[in-house]
Write a protein that binds this ligand. Sequence first.
Ligand code: T4K
Length: 407
Amino acid sequence: MKQRISDLSLFGGRAEFENPVHVGRPTIGDRSRFLERLNWVLDNQRFTNDGPMVRQFEERLAEMAGVRNCVVTANATTAMQIVYQALGLSGGEVIMPSMTYVATAHAARMMGLTPVFCDMDLSNWCMDPAEVENAITSRTVAVVGVHLWGKPCAIDELEKLTSKHGLPLMFDAAHALGCSFQGRRIGGFGTAEVYSFHATKVINSFEGGAIATDDDALAQRVRSLRNFGYDGVEGRVIERVGTNAKMHEVSAAMGINSLEALEDTMRHNQVNHKLFRSELYGVDGLTVVPFDEYANCQYGVVTIDQAASGISRELLTKVLNAENVFPARYFDPACHQLEPYRTENPVVLPNTERLAEQILVLPTGPTVCPQDVRRISAIVRCAVTNGHQVTDRFQHQADQQPVSAQA
Ligand code: T4K
């Protein structure tokens, strides 16, 4: 394990990992069960349009989340769009955090709605409800909370606020499947919650999403909207303008497989998370974002404060890449800093901007074993505790390079 600067591969040491270690490796579950399910789909000859695998996946999800309805879709982005449509929202402002994946904002914009971005509360790493209250105007038509990296956002406060103002409350729960808040699984809060089953998520269906809601009428409308607007009861009457956001059977088969592995996956991730916390404890300028024991811990989130550590996030990334470790910068730039959402008078969100500059997500998940976590942590600890020296040495190395090699 790396201990001295000279051990680092960036400075001539041997790479710690022979094969690349990535963020976001998919969770497959029991491969032979998946292949059995795949064969079953092929034999059954029903590939899509609300088939038996999709229905089973929906039932099992609803049971896991403790909600009345789970409507699965092609992905979470279209799921959010059809929730807006089902709520009859076609204009006005939607309040959401800026520190989220751009899909949260795009889903609103694609439906003709205007995202209004709020800053975050650094004590829980989620949207600050006080900021939400300030942002509510007569143009506000909905509020979207995001359970960033699986951390439940300020659900209670947002529920109180939205009910006071008579606004629908949607949660982007793309990261939070399996997580709980006050003893209840994420999925049953607000008007609706939306999961993602993208390949990189704690449960994957290759691509996929779901709308979880206790509102039966809303569930029926979103079922219809995901299937061209066909009526959900009779099935053959076009009742409204809808899209094609259906999940197909092979996706659902993978989703069920991966759902069956959820408890094991969460246990594994929680062990990895605790190890990151202990192995990186006390490193100046580095914080391992904490999760409680009810989180799915699918992201190994750290922040690097360059002023305190002497090393930039970018250089730490270079150090890790040289060791064959590939972290991710979720989510930098934040949404309000992205081209489609920049305004003439720039919105300033200090906490979000600071976090966006410092965030780094380290690999975890079932393909990353606890020993890998120790090895990754050793690299990080070595680079960050010697931050100034690593920076100087890297600069010196760069200065020695011929100009053509630097270009
Ligand atoms: N709301 C939030 C808060 C979200 O984070 C997301 C999606 C959404 C809504 C929308 O959900 P969906 O509409 O996608 O269902 C990924 C995903 O594309 C995106 O789904 C996800 N969030 C976002 C956070 O990240 P990238 O840009 O990180 O993907 P990529 O290809 O760079 O891969 C990242 C890492 O994962 C790499 O290390 C390789 C690994 N990987 C990736 C894929 C696709 C694999 O090992 N296998 C794979 O198949 O976007």
